[in-house]
Design a protein. Structure first.
Ligand SMILES: [Cu+2]
Length: 186
């Protein structure tokens, strides 16, 4: 028991160390990890151990579950301002299909939530209940059904710790229950 706890802690330290040093050392392992999460754009750039690449930033991972009861399992998601990018994993732990109990995870300023949801309802299921190219959307996942998982990765650049952000599901009728606060901690 003690041994397992210790080894977990050790892994945590190693991961932190790799994250902290990857910007300087540009280790192949770290570079590979960040490449798999996004489509490779410009092969020429990835060959260079450049200090200015967009891939060097610290990625912080968040996980949230949703279910057949029209609920997220968290009312609050918190990230440190030192995270340059956020990878959010949404899991639908229910069984109902997307057309009946679809869920997505959408991030906007709190003030934009109502308008984004209304525009999404008009856009319909074929658009994942989101207005395509809605500039108010900071990040969004695809709409998923029971048993599915989806991931979105986005930059925290331009977001402010003092601003109020909300995440929510835009499936019609879900926003009342399926919403929470997204908090950036300085
Ligand atoms: Cu939903």
């Amino acid at each position: 028991m003690t041994v397992r706890i210790m080894s977990k802690a050790t892994i945590g330290v190693v991961v932190t160390f790799v994250l902290a040093t990857s910007a300087h050392a540009n280790k192949p392992a770290a570079a590979k990890q960040s490449e798999t999460s996004k489509p490779s754009a410009g092969a020429a750039q990835t060959n260079k151990p450049a200090k200015t690449t967009k891939s060097a930033g610290k990625v912080c991972e968040l996980r949230i579950n949703s279910n057949d009861m029209m609920q997220f399992d968290k009312k609050k998601l918190t990230v440190a301002a030192t995270c340059q990018r956020v990878r959010l994993v949404l899991h639908h732990t229910g069984k109902l299909p997307k057309a009946a109990m679809g869920h997505n995870w959408v991030l906007t300023k709190a003030a934009d939530k109502t308008a984004v949801v209304a525009a999404g309802v008009s856009a319909g299921l074929k658009n994942g209940y989101l207005l395509p190219d809605d500039k108010r959307i900071i990040a969004k996942t695809t709409m998923i059904g029971g048993g599915e998982k989806t991931t979105v990765e986005f930059s925290l650049a331009g977001l402010q710790a003092q601003e109020s952000y909300n995440y929510f599901c835009t499936f019609p009728g879900h926003v009342g229950l399926m919403t929470g606060e997204f908090i950036i901690i300085k």
